[in-house]
Design a binder for this molecule. Structure first.
Ligand code: DOR
Ligand code: ZN
Length: 344
């Protein structure tokens, strides 16, 4: 195939950050995605409807001229989240709420340390049909980092799903065969997003031949058998798996550091990378479901009506981009050749 046309896709999980950074991140995503679920782990985190609407205004102001891109806002659940916060958020058009285990990832210090404390909030979310987005990892020091997703599923997610069977849950950026199997066997109230890095890479790409800080993200890359399970999941065409890049920019100096930040900045090239993966899997006909249909269906939002076309054409991902503050950022797979390109 030389060309493929899809209904315009959406990104169901990304990090835009705030301030000047929006002038880079928002246009990069608006180039090919019509909507995006915007993560609330800013500094300070987005914890109520007013903050979400304020943040949304800044994102809208950073769109390129004429863009109709729409950010879908989320709340960050903390120990202080009240039932009223959820009711107000729903009434204000906020789309979902995000659960981070405390200490799981970038700016998660404000998160709730025990998920059980949030059960009264989950009850309200279930009643309000307000989706819960989960970073599914335990953070106990005695649990090996490569096992954190599986232990979270067994310890936290199974009881949660049992208690709130009609709460819509997205297990974000899944990384293991265990998560694939759990989601595939779960009710239609559960779904998962999958990133380009977890489809394209495994932990060898992080650790062999020297540490590769630009491939470091959380949940961390797993062994290749898990990568294969994720690839099979998307190739299966199951409506339970859909696109979420987890694009998460950090300045070059904060990635190439003695204590480097987690996150891959993939907004620039994510759609082309997903297309490459589906072609490798001989499953290009399944790409539109993953990228453009199953996400809006799960979120009960209309599917997009416009289209986007990709052509088979080599291009090189830039080695660095200069952010509006003058600092460089290294995009995901910088310097590598991509085989597909969006037709401008
Ligand atoms: O790699 C990641 N980066 N994983 C996350 O969960 C958060 C993100 C970030 O905000 O940098
Ligand atoms: Zn994320």
């Amino acid at each position: 195939m030389k060309e493929i046309t899809l209904l315009t896709p959406d990104d169901w999980h990304l990090h835009f950050r705030s301030g000047d950074m929006l002038k880079e991140t928002v246009p990069a995503t608006a180039r090919c995605f019509q909507r995006a679920i915007v993560m609330p782990n800013t500094v300070p985190p987005i914890t109520n409807a007013k903050m979400a609407l304020d943040y949304k205004r800044h994102i809208l102001a950073a769109r390129p001229e004429g863009s109709t891109f729409e950010p879908l806002m989320t709340l960050y659940l903390t120990n202080d989240t009240s039932s009223q916060d959820i009711i107000d958020a729903k009434a204000s058009g906020v789309t979902a709420a995000k659960y981070y285990p405390a200490g799981a990832t970038t700016n998660s210090d404000a998160a709730c340390s025990d998920m059980l404390d949030l059960y009264p909030i989950f009850k309200v979310m279930e009643e309000q049909d307000f989706p819960l987005l989960i970073h599914g990892e335990v953070t106990d020091n005695e649990i090996d980092i490569f096992d954190r997703e599986k232990v979270f599923i067994d310890r936290n997610l199974l009881p949660l799903v049992e208690k709130f069977p009609q709460l819509r849950i997205v297990l974000e950026h899944i990384t293991t065969q265990d998560a694939v199997e759990f989601i595939a066997d779960a009710s239609d109230y559960l779904a998962a997003t999958i990133t380009p890095q977890h489809l394209m890479l495994n932990r060898n790409d992080l650790l062999v031949g020297g540490i590769q800080p630009h491939n470091y993200c959380l949940p961390v890359l797993k062994r290749n058998t898990h990568q294969q399970a994720l690839r099979q999941a998307v190739a299966s065409g199951s409506k339970k798996f859909f696109l979420g890049t987890d694009s998460a920019p950090h300045e070059k100096q904060h990635k190439e550091s003695a204590c480097g930040c987690a996150g891959c900045y993939s907004a620039l090239n994510a759609l082309e990378l997903y297309t490459t993966v589906f072609e490798e899997l001989d499953a290009l006909e399944k790409l539109e479901g993953f990228a453009s249909l199953y996400g809006p269906d799960f979120y009960k939002l209309p599917r997009n009506t416009s289209t986007i076309t990709l052509i088979k054409q080599d291009w090189q991902i830039p080695k660095a981009i200069i952010l509006p503050n003058g600092e460089p950022i290294v995009p995901f797979l910088a310097g590598k050749t991509v085989l597909w390109k969006i037709k401008e």
